[in-house]
Design a protein around this ligand. Structure first.
Ligand code: MRU
Length: 347
C-alpha cells in the first residue's frame, strides 16, 4: 500500500510535511486557502499532481469562506482566491489545470444555491484527489510492459505516491511492474539541491519493500557506462504540445546520458500535465528558487558567503530524447504532436 500524502477528513486537509521526510512523519492540517497556498509555496506538498490536488482543496476552502449572497458577488472573490493559489509555483501546469477545473465547475453550477455550490466544490476537490490515484494505477498498467522482466531502473526526483494523489506516475509504473512479478531494482538520483530523490523516493520505495539504491546525481553516467542501468523513467511538471518535457532540474542531463548509452528514457505523466497551449518547451516558465538551497545543507553553509548562485528548479528535455510518454490513455511514441493530440481526442 503506497502512501497518500494528502487526506481530507472531517473538513480538514491533512498533508504530510515533505520537508521533514525521511526523519520525521509530521502531518499538518489546513482549513483555509491561504495556509494551503503557503504549503504549496514552501513545499510541504510538492510534485505536479499533488500540487494540483492541494490547490483544488485550497480553492474549495476559499470558496466556502466567501461572504456573498449570490453567484455574481461570489465570483470575483473566488477568482482572487484562485489567483492567490496560482501565484505559488509557476512550472507545474497541474496547479493551473486544477484551478481551471474548479472555476469551470463553479461556473457550470452557478444556478445552484450558493451554500450547495460551496459544498459541491469540496466534493469536486475530493474527486480530483481520488481520480489522480486511479489515473496513476491505469498509467502503471500502460507503462509496465515497457519495463523488462529484470530491470535496473534509474529515476530522478520523486514522481511517486508522495508527488501525487497516490501510487505515483514514474514510480507508479515501477510499482505496476513489481506487481506484475517483475524483478525491478531502482536507482534513485539524490536530486540536488532539494533532495527529493534521497529524502522522498528512497523513503517511499523502501517503505514498500521495493529494492532501491541511492546515488548522487553525478554518478548516473558512470553506472550507465558500466552497463548497470537498463532504462530511465521520470515524471513531468509540464509537457508541451510537441512532447518537450519540463521536469526536475537534472532530468535533461540524464536524458542526454541515456541517449549516449542507447538506453530508453521514459516519461510518465497524466493528461493534466500536457499543456497544449504551448507549442514547445521554450514557453515553459522555469521556477528559480532561493540560493540558500544551493549554498546550504540544512543550516550548514557549504559555499563562500556572497557567492553568485543559480538555482533553476526545472529543466526542459527535448522530445527527441524521450523514448515514450506514458499517460492514463496510453503510450505515445514517435510523433508526439500527433500522438498526444489523438490521446486528448479520445476522452
Ligand atoms: O519541485 P518539485 O519537488 O515539486 O518537483 C517535482 C518534480 O519535478 C516531479 O518529477 C514532477 O512533479 C512529477 S511528479 C509525479
Amino acid at each position: 500500500m503506497s502512501i497518500r500524502p494528502i487526506l481530507f477528513e472531517n473538513g480538514i486537509l491533512k498533508m504530510i510535511d515533505q520537508r521533514r521526510l525521511p526523519t520525521e512523519e509530521l502531518w499538518l492540517e489546513y482549513t483555509e486557502y491561504r495556509g494551503v497556498a503557503e504549503a504549496i509555496r514552501s513545499m510541504v506538498v510538492r510534485g505536479a499532481p499533488a500540487i494540483g490536488v492541494a490547490a483544488a482543496f485550497g480553492a474549495a476552502f476559499g470558496a466556502r469562506d466567501v461572504a456573498a449572497d449570490d453567484f455574481e458577488t461570489f465570483w470575483p472573490t473566488f477568482e482572487e482566491v484562485c489567483a492567490h493559489l496560482a501565484a505559488t509555483r509557476p512550472t507545474a501546469v497541474n496547479l493551473f489545470w486544477a484551478l481551471d477545473r474548479m472555476k469551470a465547475y463553479a461556473r457550470a453550477n452557478r444556478n445552484l444555491p450558493l451554500d450547495e455550490l460551496k459544498l459541491r466544490l469540496l466534493d469536486e476537490a475530493a474527486a480530483i484527489a481520488q481520480e489522480d490515484d486511479r489515473i496513476n494505477r491505469t498509467m502503471g498498467r500502460f507503462g509496465e510492459p515497457l519495463i523488462p522482466q529484470e530491470a535496473r531502473v534509474l529515476t530522478h526526483c520523486n514522481a511517486g505516491a508522495l508527488a501525487t494523489g497516490g501510487y505515483g506516475t514514474a514510480l507508479g509504473v515501477i510499482r505496476a511492474a513489481v506487481e506484475a512479478g517483475k524483478k525491478v531494482a531502482v536507482l534513485a538520483d539524490e536530486t540536488r539541491p532539494f533532495l527529493q530523490g534521497s529524502r522522498l523516493t528512497a523513503w517511499e520505495l523502501a517503505r514498500d519493500n521495493i529494492p532501491v539504491t541511492l546515488i548522487c546525481d553525478n554518478m548516473a553516467g558512470y553506472l550507465m557506462s558500466k552497463g548497470e542501468i537498463d532504462c530511465v523513467i521520470v515524471g513531468a511538471d509540464r509537457i508541451a504540445a510537441n512532447g518537450d518535457v519540463a521536469n526536475k532540474i537534472g532530468t535533461y542531463t540524464v536524458a542526454v546520458l541515456a541517449k549516449e548509452h542507447g538506453l530508453p528514457f521514459y516519461v510518465a505523466a497524466p493528461i493534466s500535465t500536457i499543456d497544449f497551449s504551448i507549442p514547445d518547451g521554450s514557453h515553459i516558465p522555469i521556477e528559480e528558487r532561493d540560493a540558500r538551497e544551493v549554498t546550504h545543507s540544512g543550516d550548514r553553509r557549504m559555499a563562500p558567503e556572497g557567492i553568485a548562485v543559480r538555482n533553476p528548479a526545472f529543466d526542459v528535455t527535448p522530445a527527441r530524447l524521450v523514448s515514450a510518454i506514458i499517460t492514463e490513455r496510453g503510450v505515445v511514441q514517435g510523433d508526439y504532436l500527433q500522438g498526444l493530440k489523438e490521446l486528448l481526442g479520445n476522452k
